[in-house]
Design a binder for this molecule. Structure first.
Ligand code: CDP
Length: 220
């Protein structure tokens, strides 16, 4: 088992930016678990399948060969889909696909396999609660709804009201689903990034890493 740093939280809290920076700083592998749900969703949309069909989506998730490479590239069955999975219709379909238990089982298995062999910074919704309940460090990264909407609208250069609706719909579904809903693990450290810069969040987490992980375990 490698060292696992789990970062969970809602959309727009800054997980991807922070997780990538930390991974680079520590020499760990960065894993965006959301990209895996997005990959299955994209495959479903391309095949004109219903992303809420449990049976078909379970099959797709098991059959999908998903590879996460350096610089956050995502491959599906050998094809680079890094940009394609960021389309708004894929975000929506990913959040539907992510409510399906057989999909989650298949993807959690892939995530655990990566963590078993590498030191990782893995981000998502259920990494500290379900995927790696024994993670070395768990962070729950949050920000106010207004700030999360502002950040996501700036990122995709989108209309604030449209982004607000999309984000609220996805957040509500992530928090209310029966299987692995977005929740803070009891032993996760809560960080509210609303008024913090990226550097400040990174520093806060690095302090926790030094205090909790560097003790006894070796990493670069
Ligand atoms: O980047 P953003 O926060 O917008 O979303 P994402 O992390 O790419 O995740 C896309 C969708 O996958 C989310 O809306 C969740 O429904 C789902 N997801 C999940 O259920 N479990 C995870 N560990 C990661 C993502």
């Amino acid at each position: 088992m490698g060292i696992v740093i789990a970062i969970d939280g809602p959309a727009g809290a800054g997980k991807s930016t922070i997780a990538q920076r930390l991974a680079r700083r520590l020499g760990f592998i960065y894993i965006d678990s959301g990209a895996m749900y997005r990959a299955v969703a994209l495959w479903a949309l391309r095949q004109k399948l219903d992303p809420s069909d449990p049976h078909r989506m379970g099959e797709l998730a098991r059959a999908a060969s998903i590879t996460l490479e350096g610089e956050a590239r995502v491959l599906l069955n050998g094809e680079d889909i890094t940009e394609a999975i960021r389309a708004p219709e894929v975000s929506r379909a990913a959040s539907l696909v992510a409510t399906i238990p057989p999909v989650r089982r298949a993807l959690v298995e892939k995530q655990r396999a990566i963590g078993a062999q590498n030191n990782v910074v893995m981000e998502g919704r259920d990494i500290g609660s379900v995927v790696f309940p024994n993670a070395d460090l768990k962070i729950f990264l949050d920000a106010s709804a207004d700030e999360r909407i502002r950040r996501r609208a700036a990122e995709v250069n989108g209309d604030r009201d449209v982004v607000s609706r999309q984000l609220s719909e996805r957040d509500a579904r992530d928090r209310s689903r029966t299987e692995a809903p977005l929740t803070q693990a009891p032993d996760a450290v809560y960080i509210d990034s609303t008024r913090l810069s990226i550097d400040e969040v990174e520093e806060a987490i690095l302090r926790l890493v030094r205090a909790r992980i560097s003790n006894g375990k070796e990493f670069s």
